[in-house]
Ligand binder design. Structure first.
Ligand code: NAP
Length: 273
């Protein structure tokens, strides 16, 4: 099986490392490479895949939305997200999937979060927020979207049958949620920090905080949540889980939860060094 991750820049991607571990553990022969693909070379890459050069690829920035119209089919859930992070090439056809949304839900389940009936507050209304909010709604959460651009929050909230909250009312929205998920770049290396983390104090005592940012792994948001004794989950959990679901599309074998946990621990330990 010949697999790769495509994007630009892509050299920093942890996907080769994670997928090679899956291949080794699942006895899948083949390779997983890193390929720089730009918007200009994307159609050529897809054509290569259709010709059988590749069996599958993961897709990262800035290609996730642009690759969608170049594919032969996408599952309905992926079409709703409007973004693709996994492509399988089979019998001359390119089929796209989005494993970010299901990855959010599955990684939360692995941390003991039962989504059905929970109130989920999603911060942001971009690509990751869209996948997370739609998947959480599908899993039975009541979703509130809180974003600085209220129009985008409202559009996403409508699509997941939830409500939108203005950014300025984040503490009020936080007081009513069982899960707070940060899908903005706030707290990421090279991006601004949250102006205030006071909203963490407003969270109910049983709330869980999921920060999709994974560089750094110990964000100020996660530290504030831990400081309050809340369960805090960092973005590496999604990175590993969305990869496991992508690998299942490529190979037909879902890497087991213990393997995912062990890769996650390894990445977290390294980041902490
Ligand atoms: P995106 O499509 O650019 O969306 C970013 C969202 O954050 C938008 O709603 C944007 O609002 C909002 N935002 C940006 N700067 C803000 C600020 N200063 N204050 C308030 N809101 C702000 O990005 P994305 O692809 O969804 O990624 C979002 C985050 O998730 C990134 O940190 C990314 O690394 C992380 N992520 C992690 C994983 C993982 O595997 N762990 C996977 C995907 C994404 P405007 O529209 O108003 O700008």
């Amino acid at each position: 099986m010949r697999l790769c991750v495509i994007g630009d820049p892509v050299g920093h991607s942890l996907s080769p490392r994670i997928h090679r571990r899956f291949m080794e553990a699942c006895g899948t022969a083949g390779s997983y490479e890193t390929v720089t693909v730009t918007l200009e070379t994307l159609a050529d890459f897809v054509a290569q895949g259709r010709r059988g050069v590749w069996d599958g690829c993961n897709v990262t920035m800035p290609l996730k939305e642009y690759i969608l119209p170049l594919l032969d089919a996408v599952e309905p859930w992926t079409a709703a997200c409007g973004a693709v992070n996994t492509v399988c090439f089979r019998d001359g056809r390119a089929v796209g999937y989005n494993t970010d949304g299901p990855g959010v839900v599955e990684s939360l389940r692995l941390r003991g979060f039962a989504p059905s009936g929970q109130a989920a507050l999603v911060l942001g209304a971009g690509g990751a927020a869209k996948a997370a909010a739609l998947a959480l709604a599908q899993a039975g959460c009541r979703v509130t979207v809180c974003a600085r651009t209220m129009e985008q929050a409202a559009v996403l909230a409508t699509r997941c049958g939830g409500t939108a909250s203005p950014w300025a009312e984040l503490p009020r929205a936080a007081a009513a949620c069982g899960l707070l998920l940060n899908a903005t770049p706030l707290g990421m290396a090279g991006s601004p920090e949250f102006e205030s983390l006071d909203f963490v104090q407003a969270l109910p005592p049983e709330a869980m905080v999921y920060d999709l940012v994974y560089h750094p792994t110990d964000t100020r948001l996660l530290r504030a949540a831990e400081g309050r004794g809340l369960t805090a989950v960092g973005g590496l959990a999604l990175l590993v889980q969305q990869a496991a679901l992508a690998f299942a599309h490529f190979s037909g074998t879902m890497p087991d939860a213990d393997l995912c946990r062990s890769i996650l621990r390894e990445l977290e330990d390294e980041a902490a060094e």
